[in-house]
Design a protein around this ligand. Structure first.
Ligand code: NAD
Ligand code: TYD
Length: 335
């Protein structure tokens, strides 16, 4: 099991996962299929682009012929490709339905037609919806409430159906909110860190009391790898960091560490349908021997330092320069 097809590998988690694979497994061969939407950035993989074990293919997971050709060559498919930002899904759900549902279906169809050893569907804790008290186990009913989480739920359950109906060797992971290097600065932590570094306002939705469970991206990558090697087929695994924080706690932590004033906090209109709290019960994976290695503080400090050390990466994205750059750079279907 060493030929990986990673989709969405030019995004935040996918790029960290590819780096993790190449570092951990000398025998790994990785094809990265990514459409390079606004969120896909080949600079996230600059350090591995010349590794002979790595190949980038620019393309859409909804392109059934292309997907089939790539799945034929793979042992393991890990599907990260998705539209991933809740706020964008509220403004324009179309691409979420197309990529997150139809794209997953196209990949699963290719997996059904060709023998593969494993298909990992990267799902999310958001499929469960919001919970005021207690935590979600893997068999809790799914109650997604945003177009993003509803699309991810569609893919999650279609993947399961391909295991039950066709015997495709599917596993499904549901992770909590990630943070770390190469996180696109539209999401809470990278947006607030980079805004604070530029002395710009931090826009807090509603009262700032919504709770998320935060996990360092490397711990998520290890969790996926653990599931691949130790999990059962057809099973769902929650992957959480065990760090539940209100958005206000995250904001205060960032401002304190960067020695910036509380006056940068700005309360803005709440997100429509804003889920109050996410919380995962990860006892299933913990009992099997997996747990996150980083404490919240260690991981946040590494993350803050990364953004301090890489202003060129995020300033280019925030200025919009990056999009134009790649639009001109890559026009062919495959690189
Ligand atoms: P991201 O937005 O940073 O990256 C998504 C990547 O997918 C980008 O490189 C983009 O170009 C690519 N992509 C989008 N549409 C595509 C298509 N049609 N064909 C091929 N590539 C396409 O997202 P992320 O934060 O890295 O999340 C990756 C996955 O993990 C997603 O499936 C997301 O739902 C899931 N997830 C994310 C989190 C989180 O906190 N970020 C938590 C749990 C699960
Ligand atoms: P986000 O990073 O978009 O992840 P998700 O909505 O998928 O959990 O948001 C995390 C939390 O931060 C969520 O409760 C919304 C809130 N938030 C803000 O208060 N301000 C912001 O500018 C953003 C992007 C998010």
């Amino acid at each position: 099991m060493s030929k990986y097809l990673v989709t969405g590998g030019a995004g935040f988690i996918g790029s960290n996962y590819i780096r993790f694979l190449l570092r951990k497994y000398p025998e790994a061969v990785v094809v990265n299929l990514d459409k390079l939407t606004y969120a896909g950035n080949l600079e996230n993989l600059k350090d591995v682009e010349n590794d002979h074990r790595y190949r980038f293919v620019k393309g859409d997971i909804c392109d059934e012929a292309l997907v089939n050709d790539l799945v034929v060559e793979a042992d393991i498919v890990v599907n990260f490709a998705a539209e991933s930002h809740v706020d964008r899904s509220i403004g324009a759900p179309d691409d979420f339905i197309k990529t997150d549902i139809f794209g997953a279906f196209a990949l699963l169809e290719a997996a059904r037609k060709n023998h593969i050893d494993r298909f990992i569907q990267i799902s999310t804790d958001e499929v469960y919806g919001s919970i005021d008290q207690g935590s979600f186990t893997e068999d809790h009913p799914l109650m997604p409430s945003s177009p993003y989480s509803a699309s991810k739920t569609g893919a999650d359950r279609i993947a399961f159906s391909y295991f039950v109906t066709y015997g495709v060797p599917v596993q499904i992971t549901r992770c909590s909110n990630n943070f770390g290097p190469y996180h696109y600065p539209e999401k809470l932590i990278p947006l607030f860190v980079t805004n604070a570094l530029e002395d710009k306002a931090l826009p807090i939705y509603g009262d700032g009391k919504n709770v998320r469970d935060w996990i360092y991206v490397e711990d998520h990558c290890e969790g996926i790898d653990f599931v691949l090697r130790n999990g059962e087929l057809g099973e769902v695994y929650n992957i959480g960091g065990g760090n539940e924080k209100t958005n206000m706690e995250i904001t205060d932590y960032i401002l304190a560490k960067l020695e910036k004033p509380a006056t940068l906090k700005e309360f803005v209109k709440d997100r429509p349908g804003h889920d109050q709290r996410y919380s995962l019960d990860c006892s299933k994976l913990h009992a099997m021997g997996w747990g996150p290695k980083h404490s919240f503080e260690q991981a946040m400090d590494k993350t803050l330092q990364w953004y301090i050390d890489h202003p060129d990466w995020w300033k280019k994205i925030k200025s919009g320069e990056y999009l134009d750059y790649y639009k001109n750079q890559y026009s062919s279907a495959s690189l």
